[in-house]
Design a protein. Structure first.
Length: 369
């Protein structure tokens, strides 16, 4: 039987972008066999040592092989081809930046964005140009996560439009199930928060996430309200916790993220640049109020929302961000309607992601559908 080996070494207990993408990919692929049908290939996931401590995960439904080399460690260039050869892999899928000089089997690759090519240091730019780019160009299928990223990749590589396919990020079906107040209350208590009395920013301190400007806007907002009425800004990072009103809680487990999104006054996402931008889409799917930068990937991801269901802000306008926080605190921002949430969930259904990848795998392996 054909064997498809998928690199999942970025899976982590506190999920980030790559980890979430691969988790949803595993969920979508696990949902493929239906009505007694059998897939014409076996899927094997490569995992890192940290995966030993993750007991409940969609990848547990598949066979796994542990890789000693961490993600983007130079040793992966030597170790992964050896593993692929030992497994007699028919196809290798790298759903991240991880690239090989050579492989004993064909490969497909997902490139989410050109973030490090734009905002990275010289070593990251060299990696993109001299390892990722040739690996991407020689792939049997080239995948990205949005039309915005496809356009960037087309300009970077000079490839034709039809040679790069889009497989969107997806959301778990659980995202559409509202949590009860009884489920939310103990989580809020653990973080020292009150329902509807805090802003939530699910981001990291990298420059393109633009958190610095958000903090400037928050400082300005905090000067306009009495201390007892000030709504905390909760950050999913450890930095910036010394700023009055800011609660830097570090990485937030998925089990807590849904509760915090549901209970927040608004979810704030100020990025200058994204390949897709999953957090505001997830927040909108849960019916939360969202304040988000007006950039192409966000406009694409939230296309199903009405104009009054999202507060768009110029990502570089500090004063406008301050006004958006004030508005949310005083008047509130419209939550996302049930109809818009349904359209959003249909567009980014995890099963659709699995079906899209299945189609690509079958085509590359010359399998009948």
């Amino acid at each position: 039987m054909n064997k498809i080996v998928i690199d999942a070494r970025t899976i982590a207990s506190i999920p980030h972008g790559f980890s979430r993408y691969i988790t949803r990919l595993a969920e979508g692929l696990a949902a493929l066999p239906c009505e007694g049908s059998v897939l014409p290939y076996e899927m094997i996931f490569l995992v890192g040592r940290q995966f030993r401590d993750i007991q409940h995960h969609p990848i547990r439904a598949f066979n796994t092989v542990e890789v000693g080399a961490p993600f983007l460690n130079p040793m992966e260039i030597l170790e992964i081809p050896v593993i692929l050869k030992k497994l007699r892999a028919s196809l290798y899928h790298s759903p991240t930046l991880s690239s090989l000089y050579r492989s004993p089997c064909p490969w497909v690759v997902t490139v989410h964005d050109l973030n490090h090519q734009i905002y990275g240091n010289w070593m990251q730019k060299l990696y993109y140009e001299h390892l990722l780019k040739p690996f991407f160009m020689k792939a049997k299928a080239r995948i990205t996560v949005s039309e915005f990223s496809r356009q960037e990749l087309l300009q970077w590589t000079g490839l034709s439009r039809e040679s790069i396919e889009i497989v969107y990020n997806s959301m778990s079906s659980d995202d559409s199930i509202p949590l009860t107040r009884e489920e939310i209350a103990p989580i809020l208590q653990r973080y020292g928060l009150q329902e509807r009395h805090f802003f939530l920013c699910l981001s990291n301190p990298k420059p393109h996430k633009n958190v610095g400007l958000l903090l400037e806007a928050y400082r300005s907002y905090s000067k306009t309200v009495a201390q007892e009425k000030l709504m905390p800004l909760v950050l999913s990072m450890k930095e910036f916790g010394d700023i009055p009103g800011v609660k830097s809680v570090g990485g937030i487990p998925d089990s807590d993220v849904r509760a915090l999104i549901s209970a927040s006054r608004a979810v704030v996402f100020p990025s200058l640049y994204e390949g897709f931008g999953l957090p505001p889409v997830e927040a909108a799917s849960m019916g939360a109020s969202v304040i988000v930068s007006r950039i192409a990937p966000h406009l694409e991801g939230l296309v199903d929302l009405r104009t009054d269901e999202v507060r768009w802000v110029d990502p570089q306008d500090r004063n406008e961000w301050m006004k958006a926080l004030q508005q949310a605190a005083e008047e509130g921002v419209n939550p996302v309607s049930h109809e818009s949430r349904s359209r959003l969930m249909a567009r980014f259904d995890v099963r659709r992601m699995g079906q899209d990848m299945d189609r690509i795998y079958r085509r590359v392996l010359n399998l009948n559908s």
